[in-house]
Design a protein around this ligand. Sequence first.
Ligand code: IMP
Ligand code: MG
Length: 169
Amino acid sequence: MNVLIEENEIRKKVRELGSRINTDYKGRNPVIIGVLKGAFVFLADLLRETDIPLEVDFLSIHSYNGAESSGVVRITHDLSLNIEDRDVILVEDIIDTGRTVKYILDNLRTRKPRSLAVCSLLNKEERRVIEVPLKYVGFKIPGFFVVGYGLDYDNRYRNLKYIGVLDDK
Ligand code: IMP
Ligand code: MG
């Protein structure tokens, strides 16, 4: 395993993002939506770097991925909150081709939120196939496969404290 982003760099970045959210959403009581499973570690840390009133909810998706994201996504666990007229921040672990987040955004838009922003810890910009508006990005990274801090390979490595690159990927 090679370390790409160390624990302390992540902590510093998450603090920065949290404080931007505090400023941008002051007085607005947003709903923060975590996309499971990948975003749960980031979300948990990000929340504790905010100090404004907010609500948290989760969405689970299953993607039919072969070697590459197809963008064919199914919601396997839906929100419990009604997001109509709410300021929504969608929290993702990583944006790769953009297909998954595009699907989720299209779905959430039908529920008429007042605003909808995306916050992703990682951004593989060079791999993008579909343009998606990202309001908050932690790190822009190269196009290779990464694990740790919530991100998995075959459901493993989510518990790493850092973002790493598998040797044989
Ligand atoms: P997209 O639809 O191509 O943007 O893929 C997004 C989803 O694929 C993410 O939510 C992740 O679940 C997964 N993914 C993409 N790249 C990686 C990676 O490098 N490591 C772990 N999961 C990844
Ligand atoms: Mg994911």
